[in-house]
Design a protein around this ligand. Structure first.
Ligand code: CTP
Ligand code: CA
Length: 231
């Protein structure tokens, strides 16, 4: 006779979530960032916790309150975020909702840069590590489900399906972040989202919904994919 874990459908599972933007330092007072609010990632972490999972939320700088019942790891830069994610493994599921800065300043100035009456300084950039691809391509200790997001402004499904394959993740939630997306005020910073859910089998267009509803729909798919936890 099978024994199943009591509690919510994710009881006994560890779910790791990244959320928010990253801040990439230029000098002690300046940084590169983006418009991510962290709302979608935080909503996913909250929904996973409500489903009974142990949740680690690795978040860049956001103004949102911490979701209830999650283990918060606050980070600033992409490199810090990768280190916090690796330190939080193993996990059954990893969901990469953070808007990680693709580039950082090649050299962080140790002192505040001054105008000094000269021409503006050039800003040389270097590429950040890809956290999602690093975890998805792990040979040992890869989470059973690795899930990414894709922010696109055109050819949303085609670009995101190519991204899914390139990064080696199982699923991608793709959204249109262009001003023409049909979401009033835009997806970034807003409370609603309209995503395409992409797997190796194909794409499903989910109807526009609140970020909480999108999170709950994703958690339901995760529960169905993992199946019951046998103890
Ligand atoms: N991501 C990541 N680390 C990075 C860049 C992106 O973990 N350095 C993750 C994001 O959290 C997201 C997914 O990769 O889950 C896709 O992010 P996106 O910005 O859409 O893709 P990129 O590969 O950065 O491609 P581009 O921005 O050029 O479209
Ligand atoms: Ca990017």
């Amino acid at each position: 006779e099978r024994m199943l874990a009591a509690g919510g459908p994710l009881t006994g599972r560890h779910v790791l979530v990244t959320s928010g933007p990253t801040h990439e330092p230029i000098d002690p007072v300046r940084y590169i960032a983006n418009r991510s609010s962290g709302k979608q990632g935080h909503a996913i972490a909250a929904a996973a916790a409500r489903a009974g999972a142990r949740v680690t939320l690795v978040s860049g700088p956001v103004t949102l309150p911490d979701p209830p019942d999650v283990d918060m790891r606050r980070v600033e830069s992409a490199r810090d975020m990768l280190a916090a994610v690796e330190a939080a493994l193993p996990a059954d599921v990893a969901i990469f909702a953070a808007a990680v800065a693709d580039w950082r300043a090649a050299d962080e100035a140790p002192e505040k840069m001054k105008k000094d009456g000269n021409a503006p300084p050039p800003l040389a950039l270097t590429e950040n590590p890809d956290i999602l691809a690093t975890i998805a391509h792990r040979t040992g200790g890869r989470p059973r489900l690795v899930i990414g997001f894709a922010a696109e402004t055109q050819n949303v499904v085609a670009y995101a399906q190519a991204k899914r394959a390139r990064k080696g993740c199982d699923w991608i939630l793709a959204n249109d972040v262009s001003a023409q997306s049909g979401i009033p005020g835009g997806v970034m910073g807003g409370d609603t989202n309209e995503v395409h859910f992409l797997t190796a089998e194909g794409a499903e267009a989910w109807p526009p919904a609140s970020k909480t509803e999108v999170a709950e729909q994703l958690i339901a798919r995760i529960v169905a994919a993992l199946g019951p936890l046998e103890i």
